[in-house]
Design a protein around this ligand. Sequence first.
Ligand SMILES: [Ca+2]
Length: 94
Amino acid sequence: MDRYDTLLSKFEQGVAKEAFHLLDKDNSGELNLSEVEDALKFLHPNLRGSDIFRKVKEVFEKVDDDGSRSISYKEFQDIVNVWKLESTTFDEYL
Ligand SMILES: [Ca+2]
C-alpha cells in the first residue's frame, strides 16, 4: 500500500480512504470547501455554523498550500493525522 509518513495504523488508513471517497461526493478526487464543511459537521455535530466555518478555514490553511481550495487524498491524510493528535475521541468516528 501507500508509504506515506503517517501516524495512522493500516486499519485507520483504510478507514480514512473510505471516508475520503464518501466525502468526495462529486468523485473529483479532491475535497472542496463544501465537502470539507460536510465532514466537519459530521465530526462536530454540536458546533454552530460560524465555528464550522472557522474550522473549515483552519483545515484549508493547514494543508492547502497552493491555495487551490481543494484537498487531495494525501492532504486529507495529513488532516486526519492532526485530528487524531488533537482528539482522543477519534476512535468514535471509526
Ligand atoms: Ca470533490
